[in-house]
Ligand binder design. Structure first.
Ligand SMILES: [Zn+2]
Length: 625
């Protein structure tokens, strides 16, 4: 049971696209040692523990606390006090364990060469697993308490009243609970039904072997997934095409095996949905997050009603790249020459502050605090973890942001993005009790992409240079192309193969190829040409083993884009609603929280607004080029 909540920048998206940020073409840089970097650019871990000795002392508190759970077993339904005591202890241990873990992980990320913090991390993973074992009985036991009794407890006990939504959400799952005997059989099946995803992972991460290809410098290199993504962004079409063919051929050799494996995964989802009395696998998957099916169908419908801008975008690619037809190996090729746009950190700080001004004084003050109070670890040093993230939890003095800032415009967007996560956490933690102080996956990227939108908008208003404007437009267009259009295309395939299985029809490579081919032609339009191997693009996407997950990228972006549109227009009410949303954590269901913020995800409007935005941006880019 992993209880560390860290929001990574597009953590999951990176898997789909395998974007290789680490592969910036042979750049060998000698990083400086950490102690050579000015302390004002380092985060303040001493705000969590003043010293390692303090950490070690606090760590000793964990086991005695965990032992307290033993005597609670079998007593939660006896009295409201017992139930409350359990919840309070769980809270206390979680806050302590996460605090210890945050210190261990952040110190480890500062310089992975320091063995001491690896030791701390190992200790913490042991502690979390003990925590999981000591409390594994608790939720099933709460679910055994008759529902009326739980509500009686809540109504009679003031301290239990804040848990109302927590219990409601927990008890929701009871609607699909079967008899004890049936549940036992389903639980026994669990060991087996994870098979397809394990098989795919083993294949895709361990056994698969890619051939050698020739790179841009005429050198022979072995193709890897990381290199593949970088090569898809090459401006040399021959290189892109060779890499594409080598990659697709490798999977193509296994297409029947991969189809059979994916078919079992799909049938597993259908099996569970039917066993648990859902109308469809889609409905069962969405019910996990209490999402109505309309959230999904509206998304797909809205995208289907707005394919014309995407067709125009493909035509635009064709014209800019001077091609006869756009092939799959052309859809990520760069449209613009590399733009030189350096932004030192201080300037990025100021620009981000100016860009978030529409959110009001309090939000701006929050970011000033982040800058001044040691939230952010700015520069790269030897041994430091790569990439960027925001890490935050209830009870910590403040959120932490890791950057590897390199004076590029893209780094400034990363700063805005991670500050979005941190501010969301900060607002939620300041305004909610522990139990509602985090936010769900469905909402995780709303505040971060929202800040990127504000930044982009601010820059577009203030920058006259044509190349830079084009860069900004292109980034926003590509974001919507990848996060909305492409994910919905992928998701429609997922929905269709589930429908084939539900109808009892055969599901094999040929059927899957047919579906994916039709979808790609529909999405990309008349200037796109599908190579025969491109039909089997489904066979390399790991997310098809995560049961209706990809569509959440699209809904997240639609929500943040729709919200940003309103707030940019200067609507004060919209701003207050958004800040209230940040302050709400997960104190209600995701859909309700977004509704209060001003976007109703059960209607097509937010998606339509996002695609209209895509249309506007594209029109401006067409005009400029
Ligand atoms: Zn993020």
């Amino acid at each position: 049971m992993e209880k560390v909540f860290e929001k990574m920048k597009f953590g999951m998206l990176m898997v789909i696209l395998s974007l290789a940020f680490s592969l910036s073409a042979g750049e060998v840089k000698i990083a400086v040692e950490r102690n050579e970097i000015d302390a004002k650019y380092q985060w303040r871990m001493d705000h969590v523990y003043a010293s390692d000795a303090e950490w070690e002392k606090d760590f000793e508190r964990i086991n005695p606390l965990l032992d307290k759970f033993d005597s609670m077993k079998g007593t939660l339904g006896d009295s409201p006090q017992n139930l409350l005591n359990y919840l309070k202890l769980d809270e206390e241990v979680t806050i302590l364990a996460v605090k210890l873990s945050v210190y261990a992980n952040r110190k480890g990320d500062e310089d992975s060469r320091i063995a001491k913090y690896q030791g701390y991390r190992d200790k913490m993973s042991g502690a979390f697993s003990a925590f999981g074992q000591k409390t594994a009985w608790a939720e099933p036991e709460i679910l055994q308490i008759p529902e009326e009794k739980i509500w009686q407890f809540v109504n009679d006990t003031p301290e239990l009243q804040i848990y109302r939504h927590y219990f409601a959400n927990l008890l929701r799952s009871k609607a699909h609970v079967l008899s004890e005997k049936e549940e036992r059989i389903l639980a026994l099946a669990g060991e087996v039904t994870g098979g397809p995803s394990n098989v795919f992972r083993m294949f895709n991460e361990a056994d698969i072997k890619f051939p050698n290809i020739t790179d841009e410098n005429g050198e022979t290199i072995e193709l890897t997934k990381g290199r593949y993504s970088a090569l898809m962004k090459s401006s040399n079409r021959e290189v892109r095409k060779a890499a594409w063919q080598a990659n697709y051929e490798t999977y193509e050799n296994w297409k029947n095996t991969l189809a059979a494996n994916l078919a079992v995964e799909v049938k597993t989802n259908v099996f569970y949905a039917r066993a648990k009395n859902y109308n469809s696998a889609l409905e069962a998957a969405l019910d996990q997050d209490n999402l109505p099916v309309e959230v999904y169908t509206n998304l797909v419908d809205a995208v289907n009603d707005n394919l014309e801008p995407l067709h125009r975008y493909i035509t635009f690619r064709k014209n800019v790249l001077k091609l006869d037809k756009v092939h799959l190996y052309d859809i990520y090729a760069p449209l613009l020459p590399e733009v030189k746009w350096e932004i030192p950190y201080q300037e990025a700080q100021k620009t981000v502050l100016a860009a978030v001004k529409p959110l009001g004084k309090e939000y701006v003050r929050g970011i000033e605090t982040a800058y001044a109070n040691g939230w952010i670890d700015v520069y790269e040093n030897a041994g430091k973890r790569s990439g960027a993230y925001s890490s935050s939890f209830y009870g910590l003095p403040h959120p932490y942001i890791l950057l590897n800032y390199q004076d590029q415009v893209g780094n400034m967007f990363t700063l805005a993005h991670e500050l979005g996560h941190s501010m969301h956490s900060w607002y939620a933690q300041e305004n909610q009790p522990y139990i509602y102080s985090d936010y769900s996956n469905f909402l995780a990227e709303v505040a971060s992409t929202f800040n990127e939108e504000l930044l982009s908008d601010y820059l577009l208003k203030n920058i006259k240079d044509k190349q830079r404007r084009l860069y900004l437009l292109n980034e926003q267009i590509e974001n919507i192309f990848i996060t909305v259009y492409t994910q919905v295309l992928f998701s429609e395939f997922e929905q269709k193969i589930h429908e084939v299985a539900e109808a009892g029809k055969p599901l094999n490579a040929e059927v899957m190829n047919g579906i994916f081919a039709d979808l790609q032609k529909k999405y990309y339009g008349p200037d796109f040409e599908l190579d025969p191997m491109g039909e089997s693009r489904w066979n390399r996407i790991p997310h098809y083993y995560r049961n209706f997950y990809v569509f959440k990228y699209a809904t997240g972006m639609a929500a943040s884009t729709a919200l940003a549109q309103k707030i940019k227009a200067g609507d004060k009410k919209a701003r207050d609603a958004y800040l209230k949303f940040l302050s709400s954590g997960n104190s209600d269901y995701d859909i309700n929280l977004l509704k209060q913020a001003g976007v109703d995800m059960t209607t097509p409007e937010p998606v339509t607004a996002t695609l209209n935005r895509f249309n506007e941006l594209l029109a401006e880019m067409e005009k400029l080029m």
